[in-house]
Design a protein around this ligand. Sequence first.
Ligand code: NAP
Length: 322
Amino acid sequence: MKPKVFIARPVPKEIEDYIAEYCEVETWSSTETIPRSELLKAVQSVEGLLITGGRIDEELLEHAPHLKIVSNISVGYNNFDLEAMKRRGVIGTHTPYVLDDSVADLVLGLMLSCARRIPELDQYVKQGQWQRGDDEVLFGLDVHHATLGIIGMGRIGEAIAKRARFGFDMDVIYTNRSRKFEAEQALGVRYQPMEDLLKQSDFIVLMTPLTPETTRLIGKEQFSLMKDSAIFINVSRGQNVDEQALIEALASGQIRAAGLDVFENEPVAADSPLLKMPQVVTLPHIGSATAKTRMDMARVAAENLVKGVKGETPPYIVKELS
Ligand code: NAP
């Protein structure tokens, strides 16, 4: 008999077909996020779960006595209650590497958008405000040869550093839990303690995972150390930043601009002050959202799932559970 699995979000047909070769599959096929109550019902008899972002906690595990593996279609796994999963011997997997380049491209896009005010000036043209001789109101900041500070020099951090160093001749500094000597050698990046990085950087990119240690890692104190010309980019997780402190730093001119792919609550509230600020570029959590990368992520997640329910070792078990 094939093991039962539940696919909690729509995936491409060929991915579902691949899983169905090995498993009995049930799928949540609506584009609406599955309600928690439906998810708790759906996991009752399954050995595997394919999901993006739903909380995998004591309550869900209690409802899923046969569960062997939760396969996340994302690299971040802050939705996992790691202790609860460890206690119950449930494997958790994710999809690293295949999205690094797409996410890094988006970070550069946000840096350029903020520095050269691309979305703001797009509106300026479309709203008929373009007059001859008003050059200075259109001025932005250079990205090339500026100093980039990366907080969290992991897989994606390194892909950003590579683009910044070799594409834009930027001076790249970083801070991280551990020193990255190989990246320092290969990419010519320099380690700096957080405080120094915040003071020196023209662009600050936050790229850590969301963990208890990184929650609100950037707040009032950190913004107060940044240059008043600093551009802050967050493509990691919204909860890594004290969003109210960010709003205040932008409103008071303590920093110049921000590029945000992620928010404390998603979707961001329609009345958030961030949406009214022309110097803020906002995106709907699309770091990895290209057709090819999302397909690659779904494929890796499906392979993790199938290996897990077959009792084999999946390639990308999250490090805390391996
Ligand atoms: P990664 O390779 O694990 O890199 C994370 C880096 O952060 C590691 O170098 C890690 O240091 C460092 N770090 C962890 N905790 C830290 C702390 N307390 N202080 C300083 N540094 C710390 O992960 P990744 O693949 O680059 O992805 C990073 C995160 O980006 C994901 O977890 C996810 O939340 C987010 N993301 C968002 C999107 C999007 O669509 N917006 C897409 C992909 C990823 P060590 O090496 O010492 O562990």
